[in-house]
Write a protein that binds this ligand. Sequence first.
Ligand SMILES: [Zn+2]
Length: 400
Amino acid sequence: MEKSITVFQLKGSEYEMGVKQGTHFRYEINELYRKLTSSEEFLASKPFLIPKFLYKGLATIVSSGMIKESIQEYFPSQWRFLEGLSEGADISLRKLLFMQAIDALGTQITNYKIEKNISTSFNHCSAVGVSGSKSTTGGVLMIKNWDGPEYLAEYTIFRNIIPSGERFSTIGSGVAGLVGINNGLNEKGLSIVYNYAYPKDIGDEGVPAMIIIREALETCGTVKETIDLFKKYPRIGGSNVMMADKKGDLAVLEVGPSNVEVRREDDEGQKGWLICTNHYLTSAMKKLEVSRDAIYSEGAAEVFRGKPVHKTSLLRYENAREILKNDSPEQISLDFLNNKIQCSHGRENKPSEFTFCNHGIKISTGFGVMVDVDNEQFYAALGKPCQKEMENLSEQIKSD
Ligand SMILES: [Zn+2]
């Protein structure tokens, strides 16, 4: 199997760690910024992925300080990391903030028939968690496939962050130019994976989810503490955040700018596992979501036009549920989750944008992660899980 993953280790004060990440990935960070903002040629070569609205939306958010002030005020430690990142990568804070905001803006879908406007989603992720009563380890097991545009997958990095002071160390995935963590595990065994969700209103002032997730992993030991943390701070964007801890708690937080709801069972009341894709399941959050009948309209990217907004999310959810309900052993192992769900191409074995292992044309699975919560093992495969073997990153950092 090709290309194994290198875990990038950060140690020290927030500022020092930011400098180190920035220095190491200076080229990638500046290149990503250019790709996101410039250039007719980039827009032309990737016709829909970075629509102009996004540029405008990000510019607005940044210029009005909508995320800047929130990060500074509520997460000063993440802010210092950002300052270090700016120094190391030799890129302005304004440009870096611009990149941090993608995370939230990407969850804004507006180009559909029920309401007019101007944007399109670009990440579709899927996750499954199995509770201790159903797992072979007696603790929670989780898997997650990250789906997005290829150009963004190229900037995925895996970090082992060891902050000085009281904060917990973590292992997880992120993006070269971003402070936050999208999927990770901390030294207390708390594990969090992140999926986009699509509220009608993404809010206009707050902290993007990846930064809140990093804060949670560095300061919380349990699901309960993490829920409180999410509720406490202003948020921008929508997300379905799956989390588990060593006590065996497993939950999905359905997050929007105005609400946070907790889900511990599926829509049929099943409790042995949780599935989470990009639609909300709690009734409170469903009301705030882009309508289930919404269809991408003419203004949307070409590959989306005419398609129901939530179709891929609903079908990926169904793909996993069918396997868990009808095809799973009494006790479920990480291998089973990897081989049978993470690599699944649906009942007909036809890989597509509607399968858990996502093979969409413009948006597809860029990497997968697995977590054995009880044994504190974090695994990842860069590329599609059906083509790449999982590597145990926790073992790798232990032997380094
Ligand atoms: Zn596949």
